[in-house]
Design a protein around this ligand. Structure first.
Ligand SMILES: [Zn+2]
Length: 138
């Protein structure tokens, strides 16, 4: 019933060693398949890591430019309305007010759902990307 070539593992008498016959030309051994599967798993893993790294970088760059434009808008607003408070330390910045008064052209958003706040030095920070700026002690 076995249609494969008759060359198969040969038992060498008086030893416990099997000498494997040359591979049949059809079909793959389990370790060849395993190697291919592992290769693909590794490939997909590396590719997805790179994808998420790139996405993180874009989100970070976009967030940074949002913080810059907010910071510019706040300083312009403050120059024009020194008495109006646009944001309290560690509280969310009143972005709506900046947009309504046209100091911001659009409502900037952080891709990673961070909130924009200002610290005691009036620096804009993102609660997701730059939370370390929250406490400005000097
Ligand atoms: Zn952010």
């Amino acid at each position: 019933m076995d249609s494969r070539p008759v060359r198969r593992a040969t038992y060498v008498p008086k030893t416990t060693k099997y000498v494997s016959a040359p591979q049949a030309s059809t079909g793959y051994s389990w370790y060849e398949i395993a190697a291919v599967v592992l290769f693909f798993i590794g490939f997909i893993y590396v590719a997805s890591l790179q994808f998420f790294t790139i996405e993180d970088n874009i989100a970070f760059i976009s967030c940074r430019s949002a913080r810059r434009s907010i910071s510019t808008a706040i300083s312009e607003f403050k120059a024009d309305f020194p008495s109006v408070v646009i944001g309290h330390v560690k509280k969310e910045i009143n972005l709506k007010k900046l947009v309504d008064t046209k100091y911001l052209r659009y409502n900037p958003k952080c891709w990673c759902d961070g909130n924009f706040k200002i610290n005691s030095k009036d620096e804009v920070y993102c609660t997701f990307h730059t939370p370390e700026i929250e406490d400005a002690n000097n």
